[in-house]
Design a protein around this ligand. Sequence first.
Ligand SMILES: Cc1cc2nc3c(=O)[nH]c(=O)nc-3n(C[C@H](O)[C@H](O)[C@H](O)COP(=O)(O)OP(=O)(O)OC[C@H]3O[C@@H](n4cnc5c(N)ncnc54)[C@H](O)[C@@H]3O)c2cc1C
Length: 394
Amino acid sequence: MRTAVVVGGGLGGLAVSGALARSGWQVTLLERADRIRPEPTAVVLWPNGVRALRALDLGAGLDAIATPLADGGVRRPDGHWLVQPRPAPAERLPVVVHREDLHDALIAGLGDRVELRTGVTVRTVRASQGERPAVGDGRHTYEADLVVAADGVDSVIRRQLAPEAAVVSSGCAAWRAVIPWYRAPSLPDSVGGEILGAGYRFGAASLGERGSSGASSRGGIYWMATAAGAPRPEPPQTQLALLRRWYAGWPAPVEDLLAATDPVDLVQQEIRELRPLPKAYGFPVGPGGVVLLGDAAHAMPPHLGQGACLAFEDAATLAALLRESTLPDAVVAYDRVRRPRAAAVVRQTRRMSAVLQTRGRLALRARDAALGTITPRLLGSAATVAAQWRPPSR
Ligand SMILES: Cc1cc2nc3c(=O)[nH]c(=O)nc-3n(C[C@H](O)[C@H](O)[C@H](O)COP(=O)(O)OP(=O)(O)OC[C@H]3O[C@@H](n4cnc5c(N)ncnc54)[C@H](O)[C@@H]3O)c2cc1C
């Protein structure tokens, strides 16, 4: 039986572990935390991410927990429409899912061929020719035919195999929260849409329906805000007060949502990315290999909501290639297929970052123009890039 060690039990690591196990691999999943713990927030999955999960045979589970994201268009803080809401075919619409529900669905998909070991912090990778690939935590060596590095933006495996890829700040911080329905302000049935301002951005989405007894007990309204600058060192209560100041006067329902947010709901995060991207995602080693997957391979700012979608694409692609070819060929093909794809999405995301984060008076005028003219084009082409992906055929 072929064996794999997957490092990291985030969305990417869980997805690929289950996919390999369902294809008959014996998988050891190593996670440094004492248990697999999702964030209490949500994630938007674009059609490519949904397609990837379906290719991983997780479609039925996803349908039970996903809410279609209402197209609320894109506005400026003064209410001016940058992109009007317009009806789109269902297959082009994203869905929004609570991360805890998504983790549960991925864990349910692990089956009994995945040995989950928590509290294991991988520190080294062995990738010398003539030996099987392996990782170590200083006490044990975990050897396998395939090592999947799904250990996130700070991946120790990537630092050793692709040291050219540096982790840098994206120049902004993000805040997210899910307001449970019982505390959510009364708003139209479904909430959606984004507001883009000078260095600030706010988006919201309904998770399930108010009062519905749907599959998830974690329904409510999810919102995410990003602001140029560093994360705030103050306690959540003060951060929330700052957010209320920054977003004062923004179109409804921004102020209502911030007012209904409890400080304990608030999740703040510094946004970081890889610049440059690694020169390789696949490293043939001895009879097998090592691959980079998810944020370990292509961490990017969340402006187009593509990080998790790409991690699922990675997992679906790797699983399909491993079904079709020998392990060394699959490692080489994974590298060949995934690098241009990730580079294309990262390129679009960086254009969006540039528009959102322009500073200086002259630059501000350019940014306002850009928000008005470039943003609709950028979002349109980003949606196209997202929609374009198809899983490799079985
Ligand atoms: C504010 C924000 C909003 C976002 N919104 C969206 C969205 O709407 N749609 C979307 O598609 N994407 C979104 N993303 C991106 C998405 O969250 C990430 O791309 C995705 O979660 C990456 O998953 P991952 O499994 O690759 O990495 P991670 O989630 O970082 O998981 C890595 C795992 O590896 C473990 N680990 C790390 N180092 C070691 C080690 N040495 N040994 C053992 N274990 C280790 C960690 O503990 C962790 O569990 C967003 C990101 C942010 C920051």
